[in-house]
Design a protein around this ligand. Structure first.
Ligand SMILES: *Cc1c(COP(=O)(O)O)cnc(C)c1O
Length: 388
């Protein structure tokens, strides 16, 4: 057995113990848990943690109103309901997006209108979606995905001109800076997630940000059914508070690692990090997105990702595009979807925890890619059965 052989071919993995775990050990979280135990707030309906988190999120985002809830997905539903989106309405979104956003539009009885994405960063492209606007366009959902940012100033100009609402999904990039403002603060409503893999995590949870009193009030009423349905708990809020305090510092650390990694992989054939071309911006990295060209790299995407995972590196295929495998009467095609198709076939995402690791760990990711690339010929012969 050669030590240089890829792990998937029987060599030794670069990271024998696998990808770094998430959440990472954090004494401040431990302290918050111990304190919540001692003061009994862990078991209470109404302690002070949810209230304090709500206040801190509002301060951090300079948002007038914040409403916490049980998940980012539910926060999107609340946003759609609070914006009074319903049957007969259309909602525009990128054809490459989080599937829950598409499904939520159906949940409220509206029709998703799919539009294409930017060729360089595989996020919603404001230069393209005007063609998809119709007299029944009520809202647009826009996500900042995989370290790519959408130029929100341009999006908001078009939205104001055509008088539809914007839901800005910042679940993947809390704390990111978009043209001088925090992600989630450009739209009528911004969405955060505190899911178990996210940058701010409580296992589950989400929040809605807005400067509109009417939207906040309607979202609150929808959540209030004698008791609050799908709430964020006191204990979840308690562990989020110390993480919010560290978010900027950790985002900065991840950004340095992401830049370093992108520099190292840029020369490998068939691998292109997503590009951001907008000024006064700083992305967050829940996932680091890569455009993968199987022909140039010399390996199908699923084999490459499986070979990387065998090395102990958390590289996965991206989302399925929303138009793929769905009945065409479940959506309207607002534009051609050529780039969304490319992203469907060629998007790879690196999970974030390694970006808080050492320089050597970040370099190891690039080393893994080069190693697998060097064995592409042999790996093409590996059958699907043997990699699963
Ligand atoms: C994770 C995520 C959500 C919501 O996730 P929840 O797990 O429901 O909190 C929404 N949009 C995007 C883009 C996401 O990545």
């Amino acid at each position: 057995m050669s030590p240089d052989l890829p792990a998937i071919l029987g060599g030794s993995p670069l990271r024998p113990s696998g990808p770094p775990i998430w959440p990472i050990p954090d004494d401040d979280v431990l302290h918050a848990l111990a304190t919540a135990y001692r003061d009994g707030s862990w078991g209470q309906y109404q302690g002070h943690h949810v209230e304090e988190l709500t206040r801190r999120l509002a301060e951090y985002h300079q948002a007038e109103f914040v409403l916490t809830c049980g998940s980012g997905t539910f926060a999107v539903e609340l946003a759609l309901r609070a914006l009074q989106v319903g049957p007969g309405d259309e909602v525009i979104l990128a054809a490459y997006d989080y599937p829950g956003n598409f499904l939520n539009i159906h949940t409220v009885g509206a029709l998703p209108v799919l539009v294409d994405i930017d060729a360089d960063n595989w996020n919603l492209d404001p230069r393209q979606f005007s063609a998809a606007i119709s007299p029944t366009t009520k809202a647009l959902i826009v996500s900042h995905l995989h370290g790519g940012l959408v130029p929100m100033a341009e999006v908001m100009d078009i939205a104001r001109q055509h008088r539809f609402a914007v839901i800005e999904d910042a679940c993947q990039q809390p704390g990111a800076l978009v043209q001088g403002k925090r992600a989630g603060t450009w739209g009528d409503v911004g969405i955060l997630s505190f899911g178990g893999s996210k940058l701010l995590t409580a296992g589950r949870g989400g929040a809605l940000l807005t400067r509109r009193a009417d939207v906040h009030q309607r979202a609150r009423l929808w959540q209030q059914r004698g008791n609050v349905v799908n709430p964020l708990s006191e204990l979840q809020a308690a562990v989020l508070l110390p993480q919010l305090r560290k978010l900027d510092e950790r985002n900065a650390q991840r950004a340095v690692a992401a830049r370093r990694l992108c520099g190292l992989v840029g020369a490998i054939p068939g691998i292109h990090p997503l590009q951001n071309e907008i000024s006064d911006s700083a992305p967050g990295y829940y996932k680091l997105g890569l455009q993968f060209d199987a022909a140039r790299f010399g390996l199908p995407r699923d084999r490459f990702a499986a070979a990387m995972r065998a090395e102990g590196i958390a590289l996965d295929e991206g989302f399925r595009a929303l138009h793929v495998g769905r009945s065409p009467n479940r959506y309207r095609r607002g534009t051609e979807l050529l780039e969304a198709q490319q992203a469907h076939e060629g998007c790879l995402v690196l999970h974030h925890p390694v970006l808080l690791g050492t320089e050597a760990e970040v370099e190891q990711v690039a080393e893994g890619i080069r190693k697998v690339h060097g064995f592409a010929d042999q790996l093409r012969g590996v059958t699907r059965e043997s990699i699963t």
